[in-house]
Write a protein that binds this ligand. Sequence first.
Ligand code: FAD
Length: 434
Amino acid sequence: KTTILLFTRDLRVHDHPALHAACEDAENVVPLFVLDDALLASPAGAPNRVRFLLDGLDDLRKSLHERGAELVVRRGDPVAETLALARHHDAGRVHLSDDVSEYARRRRERLEREIAVAVHPGVTVVPPGAVTPVSGDHYKVFTPYFRAWSGLRWRPVLPAPEAVRVPSGLEPGIDLATFDVAGVSPDLMPGGEGAGRERVRAWLRDHLAEYEDGHDDLPGDRTSRLSPYLRFGCVSPLELATAARGREGGFGFARQLAWRDFHHQVTAAFPRINRDDYRPRDDARWHDDEDALEAWRQGRTGYPIVDAGMRQLLREGFMHNRARMITASFLTRNLHIDWRHGLRHFASLLADGDVPNNAGNWQWIAGTGNDTRPNRVMNPLRQASRFDPKGDYVREYVPELEPVSPSFIHTPWKLPAGLRRDLGYPAPIIDPPD
Ligand code: FAD
């Protein structure tokens, strides 16, 4: 008897409920990943994420080889490819990690019309819907969600299977080395479960204790940078939360993982989150300003803290959370440009870019989402002096400002005209706040 395990964004062997269940379910398992032509051709196929995905698949293939198995990688429509493989191996069921985006749900429903599908947790710490408020199907505000989330008993972490039996003569399909991805950010992190687990180990050991105090410090760069690994499931969020819980700094860190779960349960209930306002703002008047939008995208707004963030994104396919908040607030609250433009640009570069967290956070900043203070505006200069007091974050990403002293690093327009000209750094595209 044979069953299929369809990997999606759960590229790991540790703590993988669907893999575990597939191994228990049948004598043989066909581990399958389908490079989805429709996704590759859409904004979801951003080069940084495709590169990260390929690293993840390569690593997963190695882990499966170590367990006596193979990863079948095919290209095309995931439903058609899965069904073709099921027919070929006479498999009666597909195991799949449950996911919340519209696309993931439609893919699952299409499969369910043709074959038995067993869905499993694993994409979040707590499955969406595991906690619900007294009235309504999902939590709209984070604090009560976090209270309920914290009170739940989590399922035990599952070990990686020692062996995975596959049917004889299983063809591996696509050779991943033949894939060339153009337009990848120069300092993108390497993908894969191995790299992700190594980062988890080092980070829990060396930095978790500093997290509560240090996570907003821009130049200190004290956050885990685990988001891309969580995005592709190279790291299990439950295993990570379980390991962090109870350690010094673990509470604040687990709270961030709860934010991730929170946005997933909102998305499950409101799948149009990346297109429509979750809570429309009557007072929102968005301006179309292609020049300002392009200056923002390129990190040339003349506001050093904003430009540093935007250039970190271009260089690394990653941006510090505090910088994401500052740059997103600048776009929506100072330039009055629609959050959907910002979301699309972030999605085109972020290695961790996904619908629930990208859209949930953009809407939070734009005041159309779940923020309990929808009129909050972050003054970029106050944010800069608070979270990058000496300007080291700016110097790291905006080399033109390297020679500028801490007193002027965030306000270069106040420098004498001659000095300013020599820097070759743009003047502010909008009047600076007082
Ligand atoms: P850490 O501080 O080490 O946090 C640990 C983990 O908690 C993160 O890896 C992440 O999975 C989760 N987390 C932390 N903060 C948040 C948050 N505010 N919302 C949801 N999860 C969180 N995160 C994404 O994963 N994908 C996105 O597409 C995304 N887009 C964003 C867009 C905007 C405008 C903003 C303001 C934030 C966005 N975030 C997104 C959330 C957050 O910025 C990143 O998760 C975080 O910067 C990742 O860095 P880290 O792994 O070092 O985080």
